[in-house]
Each structure stands twice: as structure tokens, then as C-alpha cells.
Ligand binder design. Structure first.
Ligand code: SF4
Ligand code: SF4
Ligand code: SF4
Length: 266
């Protein structure tokens, strides 16, 4: 995989067709959803089986939402057992075998991304992984969402290439874009960037906590979490983790036996 892979979302080109959502599901073998909202789904419709989604703004713009693959990811920094990892290449990935189910990552993410398999007997945290393993294995050369987009509203390359492309488009058509690249600097910058004709600050938690918005991520939760003494977190993590890992393995073993045996796959 290229170093610092990056997705550039151009809101001005998006028509809201949701082919990116379908492409993500195809590549990542996620089930097609029923029309009824899944348990734990929020108003943005992201859920454990829907890792990217389209939000329609009041002005009619359609904005793709997905994990930003932050350069300094809050989800990684709060995970007591290292289940979320920033890879050397750049994407932020998740190891369900290590996860102890504390869901600190869900509270910490400033963009309200990670979702939980609330209705599963062996729940995992789920989110966009930038198709990391499939690209690393050479199965695909770009993320499924990017390949599926009929309007080139979402592009893939190195972060430097995507920043240059974003600057080129803004300079070429200054009347079309707000002169800003979301994700270049916010919260340390990210490997998913946006250019747009509408303000996109609503994608971050400050606005998500407003009535009618996306999953609430109140500031007090984040600040409270940061103030928990490390020793307390460590002891709590240890006790909860031991219980969680043992219980999880027992449940997975039972599930595997019920399904006729076989290895434990993600
Ligand atoms: S957007 Fe959220 S889940 Fe994704 S890397 Fe950043 S903090 Fe983690
Ligand atoms: S980068 Fe891959 S996992 Fe992420 S939304 Fe696109 S297709 Fe889905
Ligand atoms: S496939 Fe492209 S145009 Fe369609 S909703 Fe997704 S980003 Fe927008």
C-alpha cells in the first residue's frame, strides 16, 4: 500500500446516489440492509454494517461521511488495550480479538464514527478501515467506495497528491468552492479530506450533539475521559478485559461449534 493513502471527497461533485455505500458493502462483504433501521443506528445511518453514508444538508448538498483516518486518532489514544491501531501506512484499523468492549473509542472520536454491533452475541466495534487489508493484499488498488463513484466525487491517492488536487480545484474554480480543505489541519489533520461549497463543520462532534443531529458526542464526555486517572483506567481495563476476553472466546467457540466448527474469522 502507498504511504499516507488519502481519500479526497469533493462535495460539489456528489449527487447523493450512494453508489459509494454499495461499493463499500461489496468490497467489505457487508450485508445489504433492510429498510428498517438497525438497532443502534443513528440519524446519519452509519451502523456496524454501513461504514460510509450520505448526509443531506438543509441546503441540499450531499456529504459523504466515513472514518477520517486521523493522523493522531483519538480512538487509538483512548483504547486501553490497543485494539484500534494507526498503521504505518496511515489507515486506522481494528482488531476484534483484542477489543474488550469498553467502547471508549466511540466516546472519543470527534466525528462520531465507530459503531457497535449492539444486536450481536459477539459484538465488535465497526468502522471504515480504508479497505486496508484488501489493498495491502493487492486484491484492489483503491477503496471500493472510490471505484464505485460515478462522478469522481471521491478520489484516492497519497495525502500530498490529494492536498495538491484539492488546492488545484479550488484555485481553478474559486467561485465553486469555499477556500478551505477540511481535514488538512483540523484535530491534527486526517487522511480523508473534503472540499465543498457548504460548511462542513457540522461533521464534527460540536454540531453532532445538537438536537436532530448525528450521534451525540458531548464535550463533557471527552474531557471527563481524559481526566480519568491512568491507574484507574488501567485497573478497570485489566478487570474488564480479563472478563471480556474470556467470555468472548467462550461465546465464539460456542458459535463456531453451532456453525459446524472452523476457525474464528472476522
Ligand atoms: S475519525 Fe474517529 S474513528 Fe476514525 S480515526 Fe479519527 S478518531 Fe478514529
Ligand atoms: S475506504 Fe473502504 S471501508 Fe472505507 S468507506 Fe470506502 S470502501 Fe468502505
Ligand atoms: S457514489 Fe459518488 S456521487 Fe454517489 S453518493 Fe457517493 S460520493 Fe456522491
Amino acid at each position: 500500500m502507498i504511504k499516507q493513502p488519502c481519500i479526497l471527497n469533493d462535495v460539489t461533485r456528489c449527487i447523493g446516489c450512494e453508489e459509494c455505500v454499495a461499493g463499500c458493502k461489496r468490497v467489505n462483504e457487508l450485508p445489504v440492509e433492510d429498510s428498517a433501521p438497525r438497532v443502534g443506528s443513528s440519524s446519519d445511518r452509519l451502523n456496524a454494517n454501513r461504514w460510509t453514508t450520505i448526509i443531506r444538508t438543509e441546503s441540499g448538498a450531499t456529504v459523504r461521511k466515513q472514518c477520517r483516518h486521523c493522523i493522531e486518532p483519538a480512538c487509538v489514544s483512548v483504547c486501553p488495550v490497543g485494539a484500534l491501531q494507526k498503521t504505518a501506512e496511515g489507515p486506522v484499523v481494528y482488531d476484534s480479538d483484542i477489543c474488550m468492549g469498553c467502547r471508549y473509542c466511540m466516546m472519543a472520536c470527534p466525528y462520531g464514527i465507530p459503531r457497535y454491533e449492539w444486536d450481536s452475541v459477539v459484538p465488535r466495534v465497526r468502522k471504515c478501515v480504508m479497505c486496508y487489508e484488501k489493498i495491502l493484499a493487492g486484491e484492489i488498488d483503491k477503496p471500493g467506495c472510490v471505484s464505485a463513484c460515478p462522478k469522481e466525487a471521491t478520489s484516492f491517492g497519497t495525502r500530498d497528491e490529494m492536498l495538491a488536487e484539492a488546492r488545484r480545484r479550488i484555485a481553478a474554480e474559486p467561485g465553486r468552492y469555499i477556500d478551505h480543505i477540511w481535514g488538512e489541519k483540523e484535530i491534527g489533520g486526517s487522511n480523508v479530506l473534503y472540499i465543498s461549497h457548504v460548511d462542513l463543520s457540522f461533521l464534527a462532534w460540536q454540531e453532532l450533539s445538537q438536537p436532530g443531529g448525528d450521534s451525540p458526542l458531548p464535550e463533557r464526555t471527552w474531557h471527563a475521559l481524559r481526566k480519568v486517572p491512568a491507574e484507574f483506567v488501567g485497573m478497570g481495563a485489566l478487570m474488564t478485559g480479563v472478563w471480556w476476553v474470556v467470555d468472548r472466546r467462550i461465546r465464539r467457540q460456542k458459535e463456531s461449534e453451532l456453525q459446524g466448527g472452523g476457525a474464528d474469522h472476522e
